[in-house]
Design a binder for this molecule. Structure first.
Ligand SMILES: Nc1ncnc2c1ncn2[C@@H]1O[C@H](COP(=O)(O)OP(=O)(O)OP(=O)(O)O)[C@@H](O)[C@H]1O
Length: 387
């Protein structure tokens, strides 16, 4: 979809910002460009929408050499999101989002209708936020409007230059997750610039790690983390590779333990056979948990009691496929010794629990799997039972 062929950019003062760059981004692929400040990421991106012209080489969009396309026409096919969102301060959020389609000749009412749909898609309620002015939004909400606006003309390509760079880490993570969800629906071809290797890893189908004006490695996140191509990449990826890997390793069914399970309407069991059991409702959906102490210490009324009266609701849970990092964060947040994992497809159907020992094991298996270039399920590691 986007192809760079031997592209070099030398600025007038002699700085070579990009040096003989050749790479390709497939249709619907999200490639993150990551590297230290001044390594040429923004220059690379701005050459795609012709805000900067290459000194040498050619760039193709959908097979067409972009130097032959009128820049204004070209930019209609390319959404652009930057850190300083650049919303019009005197226009409402809805008007801001509708601007581009309106400029492209879409009737005002239709453009607004589409804008409302897009605001909804990026997680803003058009009825609540649509009539506000940009200054009446939080930083994270403004970034969302920036994304909605870039999508408004439905361009096949999106260029995103540190779009979430100006918000705090918690909001940033939320925006990243929402953007991933959005991308799974709209499947744009995306070039995404970031300083942050963790962001690059979380979002990219592939990551381009930049050295000075050059790509040192262009690979899937797990490969960049697991098998850095050069000492420079290894250094950039950093010593805490294990931690970063947490965010790219999903919870899989094989990582789960099967604790004892009781049902809400079961009579209270005298002996759970374990310190705790998971409580499910009649449909097999997760309800909560019950401790052995709670089950045992019920005194007189115990014979008539059911699990329902003594179960506690479970807050520490995640869908299968969530990252190990989310699992770790959820454990810390709820001060939980384990988290329940449910089926994302089947409402709340309980699948098993992830314990710290299993989390650690999954992480080690993921690292070994990469080293051996085999799927994670095929790796044997020593296991420690947590129970
Ligand atoms: N107009 C310009 N004239 C001269 N040099 C420039 C110009 N724009 C950028 N550069 C230089 O080109 C190099 C690459 O800049 P670029 O903005 O592409 O880097 P970057 O990787 O996006 O950096 P950052 O992460 O800080 O935004 C830098 O050395 C920069 O100083």
């Amino acid at each position: 979809m986007i192809r760079f062929e031997h592209v070099t950019k030398r600025y007038a003062d002699g700085t070579t910002a990009v040096d003989d760059l050749s790479f390709e981004v497939a249709e619907g692929e999200l490639v993150t460009l990551v590297g230290p400040s001044g390594c040429g990421k923004t220059t690379t991106m701005k050459m795609v929408n012709r805000l900067i012209e290459p000194s040498e080489g050619r760039i193709f969009l959908d097979g067409e050499d972009i130097s032959t396309v009128d820049p204004v026409q070209l930019r209609r096919r390319i959404g652009y999101v930057i850190q300083q969102v650049g919303l019009f301060p005197h226009k409402t959020v809805l008007e801001n989002t509708a601007t581009v389609p309106h400029l492209l000749g879409v009737k005002r009412a239709k453009a607004r209708e589409r804008a409302a749909e897009l605001l909804d898609l990026v997680g803003l309620d058009p009825k609540v936020h649509g009539a506000r002015y940009p200054e009446q939004l939080s930083g994270g909400q403004r970034q969302r409007v920036g994304v909605a606006r870039a999508l408004a003309a439905d361009p096949p390509v999106l260029l995103m230059d540190e779009p979430f760079g100006a918000v705090d880490p918690v909001v940033r993570e939320r925006l990243q997750n929402e953007f991933l969800k959005l991308q799974s629906q709209v499947r744009k071809t995306v070039l995404f610039v970031t300083h942050d290797i963790e962001e690059a890893v979380r979002l990219g189908d592939r990551i381009a790690v930049y050295g000075q004006g050059r790509i040192e490695q262009l690979d899937a996140p797990a490969a960049v983390l697991g098998a850095p191509a050069t000492p420079y990449v290894a250094d950039f990826v950093g010593a805490d590779r294990g931690l970063k890997r947490l965010s790219v390793t999903p919870i899989e069914e094989g990582d789960l333990e099967q604790p004892p399970v009781v049902r809400l309407d079961d009579p209270l069991p005298r002996d759970l056979g374990a310190p705790w059991a998971v409580v499910l409702d009649g449909a097999g959906d997760l309800h909560g948990w019950i401790s052995a102490e709670r089950a045992a210490l019920t005194g007189e009324g115990a014979r008539k009691a059911t699990v329902r009266e003594h179960a506690r609701r479970m807050e520490a849970w995640l869908p299968l496929g969530a990252s190990l990092k989310q699992a770790f964060a959820t454990m810390l947040q709820h001060d939980a010794g384990w988290i329940a994992v449910i089926d994302p497809e089947g409402a709340g159907r309980f699948l098993g629990v992830l314990t710290p020992a299993r989390l650690h094991e999954a992480l080690r298996r993921s690292i070994d799997a990469d080293a051996q270039a085999v799927p994670r399920t095929e790796v044997e590691v020593e296991t420690v039972s947590s129970r």
